[in-house]
Design a protein around this ligand. Sequence first.
Ligand code: PMP
Length: 396
Amino acid sequence: MVTRTPALVERMRPHAASIFGQMSSLAQASGAINLGQGFPDEDGPAELQDIARAAIADGRGNQYPPAHGLPDLRLAVAEHQSRFYGLSIDPDTEVVIGTGASEVLQSALLALCEPGDEVVVFEPWFDLYGAGIALAGATRVSVPLRPPSYRPDIDALADAITARTRVLLLNSPHNPTGVVFTREELQAIADLAVEHDLIVLSDEAYAHLWFDGHPHIPISTLPGMFERTISVGSGGKSFSFTGWKIGWGSGPQDLIAAVRVVRQHLSYVSGGPFQYAIAAGLRLPDAYFDGLRAQMQTKRDLLTGGLRSLGFEVTESQGTYFATSDLGPFARIEGRNVDGRQMCEWLPDHAGVAAIPIQVFCDDPELGAQSIRWAFGKADDTLIEALTRLQKVVRL
Ligand code: PMP
């Protein structure tokens, strides 16, 4: 037998297991309804599917599109940023297209961080950030968002910034908590970024998924912030086609040029025909975006209302397609106290529903130990069936 050191490099070993894969396979094995993974189970607009199909049929995008994205898609991103946020962006130099928001985020971290630089991020955080920071050889510095409100603590953020801090990695609307940062919170964060001359990497994958009176505000729209911010968007989340993997980044030329260098050496290009469809998506009338929000808000109300009536304490979800709760009636299972992970491992087999424990998004094991994330971007019937299943177990 050949003996050698483990194949996986040390810096990636802590990132080996994906909780989403683990919970999805538990859900699949037991036939549970998967309220764990964050993808909608209803496809987005049929007209965008037609455009992708026509592009394939007509031979548009079947061969390598331009490295930094189809010019018309870059133009559509610039128009979108102007239409929704009043930002003026040069599509030739200030936009980059990537394989989902994921690749833009990872390229940015790899492009901007020297080994040993610090990246400050609120936790719980989306798991891809941890892997991206580790790949870059940078150091993750987490600042807790504490349940049940999960509002950002600006003093704690200020304390986390050091002379080695290079990037502030923000995410609003925030996965997994559903918090949408207010203008005041963003202004306080922006003040710190300016004071310490930080680059802000702003993950706005859920930009079009905000609810009742909690509008998404890109931090790049605040005074002095455009020149230090990369805003990242996701076609998957904005148009309910998460499998197409088209994302974009926009920002000042020097930052986007840096991201482009790394990104072109990762996937080079991706999803040619889908780029045509996402360009059309970005130009859809307001009614589409209003409709998406209204539809998701109804689903949020359905799931969170149901969870509350079962005895869960649910934090108001202001955006994304996630809501968080405490362990509610499952804080004790079979006569013993459990944490979120134990509850989520038990739930698929015994209740036929899968969810995600918040602790897997945290460096601090205590922070998310009593919190659960539920995905509500599912068909109404699916949500109702999940609640019915939970109710049966609660009643036992
Ligand atoms: N950011 C956040 C906060 C996400 O939740 C996700 C997807 N779950 C992404 C980025 C990645 O988006 P994409 O699928 O466009 O790569």
